[in-house]
Design a protein around this ligand. Structure first.
Ligand SMILES: *[C@@H]1O[C@H](CO)[C@@H](O)[C@H](O)[C@H]1NC(C)=O
Ligand SMILES: *[C@@H]1O[C@H](CO)[C@@H](O)[C@H](O)[C@H]1NC(C)=O
Ligand SMILES: *[C@@H]1O[C@H](CO)[C@@H](O)[C@H](O)[C@H]1NC(C)=O
Length: 149
């Protein structure tokens, strides 16, 4: 690769990694709870949490939680940390995770155009299944060896 192209390539990779950092990827287990992080870098007490830029997850208006517009899917499953508001921490806790919770969560501030973005992935805890399969395969093979003798 020509040196000049390499510099351009390295620069593009750098831009890519920097822009990637602004999206938090959060993995959580089905049925468990998860904290979706959001921090304000300016003074505010109003934050709108949205799912896939459509459903209302949670609204904090002038430091108070408003449930008026919350989508029924999130009813009773979202909590926040009011003691953290003064520090600009508007993270929320989403409980009893469902498969359908997978998607993009954004926290919008009235005075800024770019929202905080969290990508939630929900994984099923299949550790048990994965562990069992090699075991039964091993037993099957062992059985074959014993039978063939
Ligand atoms: C925000 O508050 C939550 C809940 O207390 C905590 O888990 C998280 O680490 C805090 N985030 C920051 C950036 O302080
Ligand atoms: C939300 O967005 C995610 C990823 O962009 C997509 O997989 C999911 O189907 C969307 N959910 C809804 C209800 O639109
Ligand atoms: C997966 O499930 C097992 C058994 O139910 C449990 O012991 C383990 O802690 C779970 N793993 C995670 C990451 O939650």
């Amino acid at each position: 690769m020509n040196g000049r192209y390499f510099v351009v390539f390295a620069f593009l990779m750098l831009i890519n990694s920097v822009s990637m950092q602004s999206v938090h990827v959060v993995n959580a287990n089905l049925g468990h709870s998860v904290i979706l992080p959001c921090t304000a870098n300016h003074r505010t007490l109003t934050v709108y949490w949205r799912y896939n830029d459509s459903k209302t997850v949670f609204d904090i208006i002038k430091g108070e939680v408003k449930f008026d517009e919350q989508d029924p899917v999130y009813k009773g499953r979202v909590g926040c940390f009011p003691l953290e508001f003064a520090k600009g921490n508007f993270s929320i806790k989403l409980s009893k995770l469902k498969k359908s919770d997978v998607g993009i969560y954004t926290c919008h501030f009235p005075s800024t155009l770019t929202p905080g973005t969290v990508q939630l992935r929900v994984t099923e805890n299949r550790t048990g299944d994965v562990m069992r399969r090699p075991d039964s395969l091993l037993l099957f093979l062992l059985g074959c060896v014993l039978l063939s003798n």
